[in-house]
Ligand binder design. Structure first.
Ligand SMILES: CC(C)=CCC/C(C)=C/CC/C(C)=C/C=C/C(C)=C/C=C/C=C(C)/C=C/C=C(C)/C=C/C=C(C)/C=C/CC(C)(C)O
Ligand SMILES: C[S@@+](CC[C@H](N)C(=O)[O-])C[C@H]1O[C@@H](n2cnc3c(N)ncnc32)[C@H](O)[C@@H]1O
Length: 376
């Protein structure tokens, strides 16, 4: 607290409540008193989930590894069917099935069978989320000692090795095998990003898109497929731009796209687009680098042309766990960048020659939000 800070009424109320909730006698009373009991149970469940969340995640990970949910994609299955299909004995299968049922991934059906529940069906429908669950094994390794991550923000980690550009002094020279895994993961997970972004800001009024840091071109592909007459350039590191050329070429989009390989910090960006997108890019970089990239993007646009920024943001109402907790610690482990609030991004845009900023709503702000700005 600074010397000048003054407690507001809200501060005083929260501090009084925090003191009260630390008193065992109050907790004992509140868990028994009929009017406070439901709240006490809710807080107990909430705290239990915080304490045990990693166990739930490991159960989900096991379901994905043994493809438990896939066995129910076409309809319910018996325990014996499941046990045979996933290669675990019936006792072990039952333990996993009960865990999955408790997590609402699956639910019982008549005749001792099991089928998908809402969350299981949604998970199975999202290959990008399944890819993230498998990828999380690396993050799990790094988070074994989160305090060490906070204290030493330099030593290499599983994630800093995976995201080879995050620590490389010369990312331009990264070879195909250093960018392959992360590019495939990003392409798989565009499924839950591109529709969100393009629904929030359809590109129909634009002629030429340049997706900077566009990976292997999944976002550009989605934009081209839903926007007749649009042309797209994918700019990324040379080895990634090669992957984009192959993907977009084999998607039947020849003639509507080009790719450009380079380092977006040190190379001049092509000056060919009337809209530039930065999808899941700025949060990867520390403040000085993020500002440098925005200057580069501004130099590639004429006054009145458009910048689209799409990424999960800190401080997103109802999604603080995703922005501040998950991406905060994910990027800590990656050793580069941080999630920013909408206001911080707006300030960065204003400092780098952008104005008339607005934020069209996405349907799932937890997954991504969008800012649109014009070069001024
Ligand atoms: C039909 C009847 C009777 C009732 C239906 C009731 C009903 C309407 C139910 C709702 C069903 C429904 C529509 C569910 C939809 C669920 C969806 C769409 C779920 C989506 C979940 C998405 C998840 C969990 C996404 C997770 C994403 C993660 C973990 C992303 C990680 C990204 C990373 C690590 C990115 C890295 C890039 C870097 C390095 C930071 O730049
Ligand atoms: C997190 S991925 C996002 C990819 C894609 N926009 C998406 O959302 O799926 C970051 C991308 O930025 C690219 N990148 C990182 N540093 C770069 C640099 N210095 N120059 C060009 N591209 C770079 C990476 O190769 C990668 O494709």
């Amino acid at each position: 607290m600074t010397d000048t800070a003054r407690d507001t009424f809200g501060d005083r109320f929260r501090d009084w409540r925090a003191r009260l909730l630390q008193k065992p006698a109050f907790i004992r009373w509140a868990t028994r008193f009929p009017l406070t009991r439901p709240l006490s149970r809710q807080k107990t469940r909430q705290l239990f989930d915080l304490v045990a969340g990693f166990v739930y995640t490991q159960i989900v990970t096991t379901c994905v590894r043994v493809k438990l949910l896939d066995q129910m994609a076409d309809g319910p299955a018996t325990l014996a069917d499941l046990s045979r299909a996933i290669g675990l004995d019936e006792d072990a299968t039952l333990r996993l099935v009960r865990g999955a049922q408790a997590l609402e991934l699956i639910s019982p059906r008549s005749g001792g069978r099991y089928g998908l529940d809402e969350l299981g069906a949604a998970l199975l429908a999202n290959p990008g989320v399944i890819a993230m669950i498998e990828h999380h094994q690396l993050l799990y390794e790094d988070l074994r000692d989160p305090l060490a991550l906070l204290k030493d923000q330099k030593s290499p980690t599983a994630l800093s090795r995976y995201w080879a550009y995050a620590q490389s002094g010369a990312p331009n020279g990264l070879e195909a095998d250093a960018v392959g895994d992360y590019s495939a993961l990003m392409a798989a997970s565009q499924g839950f990003i591109s529709d969100e972004v393009l629904d929030a800001y359809p590109l129909a009024r634009h002629q030429r898109l340049m997706d900077v840091g566009g990976g292997e071109g999944r976002f550009a592909q989605a934009a081209l497929e839903r926007t007749p007459g649009l042309h797209a350039t994918v700019f990324d590191l040379p080895a990634v731009a090669d992957r984009a050329r192959h993907r977009l070429g084999s998607a039947g989009l020849a003639g509507r796209f080009e790719t450009a390989g380079g380092d977006f910090f040190s190379d001049t960006l092509p000056q060919s687009a009337d809209v530039i997108s930065l999808v899941r890019i700025l949060h990867d970089h520390d403040d000085d680098k993020a500002l440098q990239l925005l200057h580069q993007v501004r130099a590639a646009l004429d006054v009145g042309q458009t910048l689209l920024v799409a990424e999960p943001m800190a401080g997103t109402s109802g999604a603080q766990k995703a922005g501040d907790a998950y991406f905060g610690f994910y990027l800590l482990a990656m050793r580069s960048g941080r999630p920013r609030t909408e206001q911080e991004l707006r300030d960065f845009l204003q400092q780098t020659g952008f104005g008339r900023i607005h934020s069209p709503r996405t349907s799932s702000p937890l997954l991504t939000r969008v800012l649109i700005a014009l070069a001024v």
